[in-house]
Design a protein. Structure first.
Length: 312
């Protein structure tokens, strides 16, 4: 049964009141990536610039009756060239977001993080899922489940700050971060618990700012008030987190996919820490998830313009 996606709907409706974000669509050479970009444009979320082999893009459009209307096409010979050209559009101020088409994530991110010609900032690049979980009161940010495989403590501090900034861009009334581990006590034999404690001290010293942060917390007492009460955890975050920072990519990926495939959650995806937000979609994503990913990028781009900082 199709559900209402109330959290995503609210997000998309709000973004329709904003100007569409000029977005470079990188190598949209299959049905899902090209159709997703055009549908996001028709919903007023983005103003797409299609970057890739013109003949292939037009052939896909003809095959699936996708109206390219007056959307500009930047003709490039192959996927890596498309990634480089899309990054250049950002550097020239012609695009405020990137959206992955039918190329490998590594190809796109390789162009983004290239030292001389890429879109690096002082911040580590990281990925956030913005999840619409049935039965959970708020949208839930999970980070990092797609880019950083085994982040160091220093990298986790950037991942944490990126996620906090995203929570503010999404207009969370209060950003509450649970730093997850397998337990809620510090155990020297479990490195993620020690790093969670260190991150919390970094928050105390204002090395990371903008949120209530607690950890280590196990998943149950991070998101369930009763579980936190039973464990006697006195914390403004426990039981009501809206951001979950995971120990590593494997844990994050399994958590996000468990919520998607066992709990019926949807997962909009965004990469932060570069000069512009990067929309990473999967071929399996629903239309609603694709639109929500574009809406998230639109809000990050808006926050970036207003603050002058590279949120994403």
């Amino acid at each position: 049964m199709e559900r209402e996606h109330a959290k995503y709907q609210k997000l998309i409706e709000f973004c329709r009141s904003l100007d569409p974000v000029p977005t470079a669509i990188v190598h949209p050479c299959d049905q899902s990536s090209l159709e997703g970009a055009i549908q996001a444009a028709q919903n007023g979320l983005i103003a797409p610039i299609l970057v890739g082999p013109r003949a292939r893009i037009e052939a896909v459009a003809a095959q699936y009756a996708i109206d390219l209307a007056d959307y500009p096409i930047v003709d490039t010979p192959y996927s890596q060239a498309a990634a480089a050209a899309a990054v250049q559009l950002v550097r020239e101020g012609k695009a405020e977001a990137l959206m992955k088409g039918s190329l490998h994530t590594d190809e796109l991110m390789g162009a983004v993080v290239r030292r001389e010609s890429g879109l690096r900032t002082a911040r580590r690049v990281s990925h956030c899922f913005v999840m619409d979980v049935p039965g959970y009161e708020s949208a839930l940010i999970i980070t990092d489940a797609a880019v950083n495989i085994a982040p160091t403590l220093e990298e986790k501090a950037d991942i944490l700050q990126n996620a906090i900034d995203l929570g503010h861009a999404l207009n969370f009334p209060e950003v509450r971060v649970a730093i997850l581990s397998a337990m809620e006590t510090v155990n020297p034999k479990v490195p993620s618990t020690v790093e969670a404690a260190a991150l919390c001290k970094m928050v105390d010293r204002r090395q990371v700012t903008g949120a209530l942060v607690d950890g280590p917390l196990a998943l149950d007492n991070a998101i369930d008030l009763e579980a936190a009460r039973i464990k006697q955890i006195d914390s403004p975050v426990a039981g009501r987190a809206n951001v979950l920072l995971v120990p590593d990519l494997e844990a994050g990926n399994m958590l996000a996919k468990s919520l998607s495939f066992l709990a019926g959650a949807d997962a909009a995806g965004i990469v932060l820490g570069a000069r512009v937000p990067i929309i990473l979609t999967s071929r399996a994503d629903s239309l609603m998830t694709r639109l929500a990913s574009c809406a998230v990028a639109a809000l990050v781009a808006k926050a970036r313009r207003e603050s002058g900082k590279a949120l994403g």
